[in-house]
Design a protein around this ligand. Structure first.
Ligand code: ZN
Length: 117
């Protein structure tokens, strides 16, 4: 079996050249190319097994999926307390009206003057 060695040439997809180019093996792991250097632009990168990286469209789709999963999984009750308190505190700081509105039953401002008999 053909053994890969440092300095060997192989084809790989170069992100900078955006195409398959000749690469030199600069790092080996378990006898397999781990890092390669493009012979056209001399940039080092992980060996991609000649696979082009996912396009922006694919990445956007993945991100969308990821966010959807996150939204579905995220437990609504966990860790909401602390940031919520901060938010409320910030809201009160910015407008004092919220504090008054938050109190359901404001105590009567009883200016009860004791009448002397
Ligand atoms: Zn290149």
């Amino acid at each position: 079996m053909w053994e890969l060695r440092l300095g060997d040439e192989l084809d790989d997809f170069c992100v900078k050249c955006r195409r398959l180019t000749n690469h030199l093996v600069v790092s080996l792991v378990d006898g397999k190319a781990a890092k390669v250097r493009c012979r056209s632009c001399y940039s080092d990168h992980d060996y991609r097994k000649e696979q082009a990286p996912p396009s922006k469209k694919e990445l956007a789709k993945q991100k969308e999926l990821f966010n959807a999963v996150l939204a579905g999984i995220a437990p609504p009750e966990i860790d909401l307390e602390a940031p919520l308190e901060i938010e409320i505190a910030a809201a009160i700081e910015t407008s004092g009206e919220i504090e008054a509105a938050a109190e359901p039953d404001p105590p009567a401002p009883a200016p009860a003057k004791k009448k002397k008999r």
